[in-house]
Design a protein around this ligand. Structure first.
Ligand code: BES
Ligand code: ZN
Ligand code: ZN
Length: 468
């Protein structure tokens, strides 16, 4: 799909309309208005939101698109998807989006995010070749939305790719290449260094696999005058078999998704660096494969974390919190962030609690939580806060270690966050995002495809860019 700004109508043309008092109204003056109204008398088109109707006026193919009189951003993203579905088999189409900039952007997001398919493994590819001309729009708006949506699509590709390709070593390679390209300082720990330096939780999770773990850190200083520094920490389990607590059929099939947190952290960082934002950022990716093998860590093991807290492993499938814990401690010790946002496909309990697409948000700072929540309301990547109470902290008690990695049957998303909280030092703003549902859709929904969604990149970019 080629999307450009233009002043000319194409062979097919989309006209948005709205219904008021059971009548079709136009947002702008339209040269076909009279003819359209005459033709509409013969049809039962109501112009309700996202309803479409195709008409021919002489040789002009017109598609009416119903919208609310004052459409919200998410409705316009969905409208972008409706237009994508209509356009994809046409040669050329033009669209009017008679709204202010933010609404034009939402429409473009919906259109561009819909234009995605993970087609690498199809023997016959069928890319969308349509030319879409957008009337009365500044080209720089198209460019801006292309940039962010391309990053979202890159994240989708990373998560959809075979886990034998997107190994910790592969994630190291793309991160290194990115750091090199932008001349950013980076620090990467290989398996030996992870073990030697005492990141024993990360080491334990990775040791069952022949694809060794990596801890990847890249720094970006966009504002030398500020002491603020935000760390984006991602769970990068490149495949989660569950380990000795092996996942059964029905649960294991999607588990290449388990580096989704690392992928959106990487995508967000990449986007913000490329936009040259005036913020200080640290990207931290904690990568390992949670494999089943005779070398894998075992239930019952007590392991000493990087910061000294000992953990009784009650379940080798609760591995995400382990690799994150060491990454959090390492980041705080060596990079001194003022804020940490970690993101992880951490618990199956998250979609059980909040539904399949909502991000659970937990942390220690009300202001950060509510700002991220508000960003989600704007970008359409919804978040909902869950609490962490002492009741939950107590659920992590172990008879032989400082804590265990499992909280029991109930409140799984919260006890996982309570586990991470133990590794957060005083005075650091910490927010944890559980994206277990949001990172991967079992079925497509509007402008989000089936499987990897890329949800989180627009959310966090919005939050960081608008941060005071
Ligand atoms: N990667 C999974 C969580 C997950 C499940 C993500 C489904 C996306 C979809 C995580 O490592 C895990 O296995 N969590 C366990 C925790 C349990 C053992 C306490 C879970 O959710 O069942
Ligand atoms: Zn697991
Ligand atoms: Zn996992």
């Amino acid at each position: 799909m080629n999307i450009k700004s233009s002043n000319n109508l194409s062979k097919s043309h989309i006209v948005p309309v709205y219904n008021q008092k059971e009548k079709i109204n136009f947002f702008n003056k339209n040269k076909f208005e009279k003819e359209i109204k005459t033709l509409l008398k013969e049809f039962s088109f109501k112009g309700n939101s996202l309803e479409t109707k195709e008409l021919y006026i002489e040789k002009q193919h017109i598609i009416l698109l119903g919208l609310s009189k004052e459409p919200e951003l998410e409705e316009l993203r969905k409208a972008g998807n409706t237009i994508y579905n209509i356009s994809k088999n046409l040669e050329e189409i033009s669209v009017e989006i008679p709204f202010e900039k933010e609404k034009q952007k939402a429409f473009l997001e919906g259109l561009m995010l819909s234009n995605y398919s993970f087609d690498k493994y199809f023997s016959k590819k069928n890319p969308c070749k349509t030319t879409v001309s957008i009337l009365n729009i500044e080209s720089k708006i198209i460019k801006e939305i292309k940039e962010i949506t391309n990053v979202v699509k890159e994240v989708r590709d990373l998560v959809n790719e075979n886990s034998d390709i997107t190994t910790p070593e592969y994630i190291e390679k793309i991160s290194k290449d990115f750091a090199k390209k932008h001349k950013l300082p980076s620090k990467i720990l290989n398996e030996k260094q992870i073990e030697k330096q005492g990141l024993n939780l990360l080491h334990a999770v990775g040791k069952g696999s022949d694809k060794p773990p990596r801890l990847i850190v890249i720094e970006y200083i966009g504002d030398k005058s500020s002491k603020e520094k935000t760390a984006l920490v991602g769970k990068g389990i490149t495949f989660d078999t569950g380990g000795t607590n092996l996942k059964p059929s029905g649960f294991v099939e999607d588990m290449k998704l388990d580096m989704g947190g690392a992928a959106i952290a990487y995508g967000t960082f990449k986007y913000l660096v490329e936009q040259k934002v005036k913020k200080n950022l640290i990207l931290v990716l904690s990568c390992a494969e949670n494999a089943i093998s005779d070398r894998a860590y075992k239930p019952g093991d007590v392991i000493k974390s990087y910061n000294g807290i000992t953990v009784e492993v009650m379940n080798t499938d609760a591995e995400g919190r382990l690799v994150l814990a060491d990454a959090l401690s390492y980041t705080q010790k060596h990079f001194k962030p003022t804020e940490i946002i970690d993101m992880a496909t951490l618990t199956g309990a998250c979609p059980v609690a909040l539904g399949p697409s909502i991000i659970a948000i937990l942390g220690n700072n009300k202001k950060a939580i509510s700002s991220i929540f508000e960003s989600g309301e704007v970008t359409g990547e919804r978040c909902w806060e869950l609490p962490i109470y002492d009741e939950h902290r107590e659920m992590l008690k172990s008879p032989i270690a400082d804590c265990k990695n499992l909280g029991g049957k109930f409140g799984g998303t919260i006890t996982a966050a309570a586990f991470l909280e133990q590794f957060i030092e005083k005075n650091i703003t910490w927010t944890h995002l559980d994206i277990a549902g949001a990172a991967w859709f079992k079925a497509p929904k509007n402008y989000i495809p089936q499987y990897a969604t890329g949800i989180g990149v627009r959310l966090l970019s919005n939050y960081i860019i608008n941060k005071k």
